[in-house]
Design a protein around this ligand. Structure first.
Ligand code: ZN
Length: 221
């Protein structure tokens, strides 16, 4: 069975980190719509310019743009062995469109990973992180030992607070998550797909082990 995974959770629950670990372990593609959008923003493409304004306010990029990105990406060769989709679908409309795309691709089996963390912890985690503009790493302030020096690439003076990690913007993102993305979970719960729910307040390693154990049971790997 081709491994087609969706990873879910509010902003700041560690979706991106887990998605990367899972993709490496299962040798499948990690498709992060956030990364794709940020790349478009840094390249200043037409889509990037539009996305920049929307993301800085903590709002969702319109469905039609997101669906176009996902449709194109899932058809690429790198997805032939499977993929984990991170950041999509974020609305019920997007979930319905994903069903259509999967039908086109003749591969309807998906498995959903849901990472649960309470809002208070999320706000604490997100308001405590910085991004390195040199290598693109997103870092918890706790991981930065020397002031201003990136622990990954060692560049100095390149650490910034992302606009979408400011507290007011975080609160906006959480509210949008609650209003628009939680209904997507209900949408999938009504279908008979495999859903793995994990407690995201644990360490990265513990969360990862729990997910992999469940996936092994499901895919027989
Ligand atoms: Zn760096």
């Amino acid at each position: 069975m081709k491994k087609q995974l969706l990873i879910f959770g509010a902003p700041g629950v560690g979706k991106g980190t887990q998605a990367k670990l899972i993709a490496d372990k299962l040798e499948i593609a990690h498709i992060s719509t956030g990364d794709i959008l940020r790349e478009a923003v840094s390249k200043e493409t037409e889509m990037g310019k539009l996305a920049k304004v929307i993301m800085e306010k903590g709002e969702l990029v319109p469905d039609n743009i997101m669906i176009g990105i996902v449709r194109d990406t899932l058809k690429e060769d790198k997805c032939s062995n499977g993929y984990i989709l991170d950041g999509f679908p974020r609305t019920v409309k997007q979930a319905e469109m994903l069903d259509e795309i999967l039908k086109e691709l003749n591969s309807n089996d998906i498995c959903l990973i849901n990472i649960e963390v309470d809002n208070k912890l999320i706000i604490q985690r997100l308001s405590n992180r910085k991004m390195c503009t040199n290598c693109g790493s997103i870092l918890s302030i706790d991981a930065i030992e020397e002031p201003e020096r990136c622990p990954k690439c060692k560049a100095v003076g390149k650490l910034i607070k992302r606009k979408d990690d400011e507290v007011e913007v975080i609160k906006n993102r959480l509210e949008i998550y609650h209003n628009l993305t939680e209904p997507v979970l209900s949408y999938y719960k009504k279908k008979s797909i495999k859903i793995i729910s994990v407690d995201g307040s644990k360490t990265i390693g513990d969360v990862n082990l729990t997910i992999l154990r469940e996936l092994k049971g499901y895919y027989n790997i």
